[in-house]
Design a protein around this ligand. Structure first.
Ligand code: PCA
Length: 326
């Protein structure tokens, strides 16, 4: 390169730098579920939307499969500023505050429509509870309805006695206790291994998680119970959020709105698709027997009463609000 060209090139670089003083920020976004899971796919699109929409001023990079932080640590990592943003299962924090378990009360909201209404009723309280903990709620997407997975056929609660049961929150551990099973808490990212090695022989989850983790390699039965539809949500550290320009906040909010819509749409599409995937993998997928359904309903009543007791007036107000939307 001639001297004059070098000079010219340096001038262009200097001009570009002064003309557009971009302060690029990289936001690492931990996510607990596998990269192929629909929540993770939605999160990756959200990240791209923000990166493009802010002209690269905020670049979000997702880390699925619990690779940056395992699910149980994601919220704390954001609260303590180790990462600015992330996604977590809302009911995973039920041990901190019963309100976070509003979406895992058995048989309260058992369809996508009802889960939407329950979220509408709960969202202001949940957003405030998170804000009090230094977290800003961005968007939330439902999982498909929860059913019961077993290695061996089961037709009543009595058949469940003594089975090692993989749980993912307080409600699922409690369900295990009330059905005489033995709960062991395991993140979704680890379940294929847990089932293959006999650490657990059953779980409650969606067709989606069973499909993502290829559980047909170990388990043989999925009973459609439609017990509840838990939610994932994406949160940002409040201090980080406060530092975002109004213009970029608008972009992030618009991308969050799109992600919520697309994620919930995918959850519905994925319900039938993944149940068929379980069948194709060799599993028996069927509604629970009438006896099992009615016994689970009784257990649901106990768990509902326990949740209302723990969640107090705020919990009752959410349930009342939900009933008025139904
Ligand atoms: N899958 C997640 C939570 C709910 C679901 O359907 C899991 O099993 O961990």
């Amino acid at each position: 390169m001639s001297n004059s060209m070098t000079f010219l090139a340096a001038g262009v670089v200097a001009l570009t730098m002064t003309a557009t003083p971009i302060v690029a920020e990289k936001w690492d976004m931990p996510m607990a579920y596998s990269g192929s899971n629909f929540h993770s796919v939605t999160g990756a699109e959200f990240a791209k939307c923000v990166t493009t929409g802010t002209g690269g001023e905020i670049e979000i990079v997702t880390h699925p499969s619990g690779s940056l932080f395992p699910g149980a640590q994601i919220k704390r990592a954001i609260q303590t500023g180790q990462v600015p943003i992330g996604e977590r299962l809302l009911s995973g924090h039920q041990n901190e505050n019963a309100l976070f378990g509003v979406d895992s009360v058995p048989f309260l909201a058992t369809s996508f429509d009802d889960a939407d209404k329950l979220w509408e009723a709960a969202k202001p309280t949940i957003a405030k509870t998170l804000a009090d903990q230094g977290l800003h709620l961005l968007y939330s997407v439902a999982w498909p309805p929860q059913g019961l997975y077993f290695r061996d056929a089961v037709s009543s609660v009595a058949d469940m006695k003594g089975i090692k049961f993989r749980s993912y929150n307080n409600a699922t551990s409690r369900l295990a206790e009330l059905t005489g099973m033995l709960p062991v808490t395991i993140e979704a990212a680890e379940i294929s291994q847990a089932f293959a090695t006999g650490v657990a022989d059953a779980m409650v989850s969606s067709g989606s998680t069973g499909y993502d983790r290829k559980v047909w390699e170990s388990l043989n039965y999925f009973y459609e119970v439609d017990a509840w539809l838990p939610r994932n949500y994406v949160m940002v550290n409040s201090g980080v959020w406060d530092g975002v320009s109004d213009q970029n906040k608008n972009v992030v909010n618009a991308c969050a709105g799109l992600a919520e819509y697309a994620g919930n749409w995918r959850a519905k599409e994925y319900t039938g698709f993944t149940l068929q995937g379980l069948r194709d993998g060799g599993m028996t997928v069927a509604p629970a027997s009438d006896q099992m359904k009615s016994e689970l309903q009784e257990i649901g009543k106990v768990m509902t009463a326990e949740w209302l007791e723990a969640a107090g007036a705020e919990g009752q107000a959410i349930v009342d609000g939900f009933m008025s939307l139904k």
